[in-house]
Design a protein around this ligand. Structure first.
Ligand SMILES: Nc1ncnc2c1ncn2[C@@H]1O[C@H](COP(=O)(O)OP(=O)(O)OP(=O)(O)O)[C@@H](O)[C@H]1O
Length: 306
């Protein structure tokens, strides 16, 4: 299976300033990849290198099996820039129709359909669009030609929660059709419900790539069962992944580290009246992981300089 994005030692310095260093990343066809990191960590630099907006200082990159310098690859990509400049008196609707024609013809009905889904107002002149509407026009132009790869830089900024949900549905549809999405964000919560994998970039370096499902499995969550009659403590002792067990009459509570399978099977032997399971807070795991990494890097830095 050919990678959709593949980089090897990809590095960009702006003069002496590090934008990105030694990025080795493979993105597979049909996956949604969340690219996460705080402001200034190198996300936009990576995206610009993939699009040949800037050229690498060193290293190698292919996009859809092609060198990004080959201009023919551009029409196979949909791109939402982090900052979108839309100017002038032309109406958004006419601008999108023009872009559609340039990209080989996009039916007006598709543009209107996307506008409806995102509740975008296409009648306003480009220069007068609100922040939210500008972002929506940006999304429509990225999605409308049904590109093989969507590269979205901070796509959800400025969208209200309902429109965000619709946008996430559009991303899921892209994946369901076997196409690929790379979306950057500085908050995990924005991408976790649609991403298959997330990459964490920090100070110009990719510090981790994680499967979202693996991250979920690592999560510790609190679970409570209420039964129709008191249950024996022994039935819940020494179960894989179960910690902080409390059995009080007909109520059992504990934390689960990893899969809840053993606990569910133990509980299934009794009559469950009610169950509460708190959704694991991935942001918390992520931040714990992140700060561990940070501490490790800081220690390595101290050791290096010692
Ligand atoms: N044109 C430029 N000239 C000089 N330095 C730059 C330039 N563009 C980016 N940088 C620097 O490169 C580093 C990475 O920036 P980049 O914009 O890629 O980060 P980012 O993760 O996209 O951040 P943000 O979320 O704020 O857009 C930062 O230190 C930034 O100051």
């Amino acid at each position: 299976m050919t990678a959709v994005v593949e980089t090897e030692g990809l590095t960009k310095f702006y003069g002496k300033r590090r934008g990105l260093e030694d990025l080795n990343l493979v993105i597979h066809p049909g996956e949604v990849f969340g690219y996460l990191g705080p402001n200034g960590s190198g996300k936009t630099t990576t995206i610009r290198l993939l699009l040949d907006v800037i050229r690498p200082t060193s290293g190698r990159v292919t996009v859809l099996g092609t060198d990004p310098r080959d201009a023919s690859v551009r029409s196979r990509i949909g791109y939402l820039p982090g900052e979108l400049f839309l100017e002038g008196r032309e109406r958004a609707r006419d601008y999108l129709a023009f872009l559609g024609a340039v990209r080989g013809g996009v039916p007006r009905t598709r543009i209107e359909g996307l506008a409806e889904r995102l509740e975008a107002d296409l009648s306003a002149p480009m220069g007068k669009l609100s922040k939210g509407n500008r972002q929506k026009v940006g999304l429509i132009q990225a999605f409308m030609h049904e590109p093989e790869l969507l590269i979205l830089d901070e796509p959800t900024g400025g969208l209200d929660p309902l429109v965000q949900q619709e946008f996430l549905t559009m991303v899921r549809e892209v994946r369901a059709s076997g196409r690929t999405v790379l979306m950057s964000s500085h908050v995990l919560a924005e991408v976790e419900h649609v991403s298959d994998r997330v990459g964490i970039v920090r100070a110009g370096r990719l510090v981790a790539v994680e499967d979202i499902s693996a991250l979920r499995e690592k999560a510790v969550r609190r679970v409570e069962f209420h039964f129709d009659a008191p249950v024996p403590r022994e039935a819940f002792e020494n179960l894989a992944g179960v910690r902080d067990l409390r059995v009080e009459g007909a109520a059992v509570s504990c934390t689960i580290d990893g899969r809840p399978d053993a606990l569910i099977k133990a509980a299934a032997r009794f009559t469950v009246v009610h169950m509460v399971s708190a959704e694991p807070d991935l942001e918390e795991i992520f931040l714990t992981y992140y700060s561990d990494e940070e501490a490790r890097h800081a220690r390595a830095g101290v050791e290096e300089s010692a």
